[in-house]
Write a new protein. Structure first.
Length: 50
């Protein structure tokens, strides 16, 4: 289970989080826009009660 889903479940609120690692490239220098790896995207994780 993704960490964001666990947080949403624990807090009972939606959590907006990336589906993969977010970062920049050390080879491209300063002033980069962070990107999500492996074609990831931002997703809203809704709380699920068990």
């Amino acid at each position: 289970m993704p960490l964001a889903q666990s947080v949403a479940n624990e807090l009972g609120v939606p959590v907006y989080a990336p589906t993969d690692k977010v970062g920049t490239s050390p080879d491209l220098g300063l002033n980069q826009t962070p990107t999500i790896g492996n074609n990831g995207y931002w997703r809203t994780y809704l709380p699920v009660s068990h």
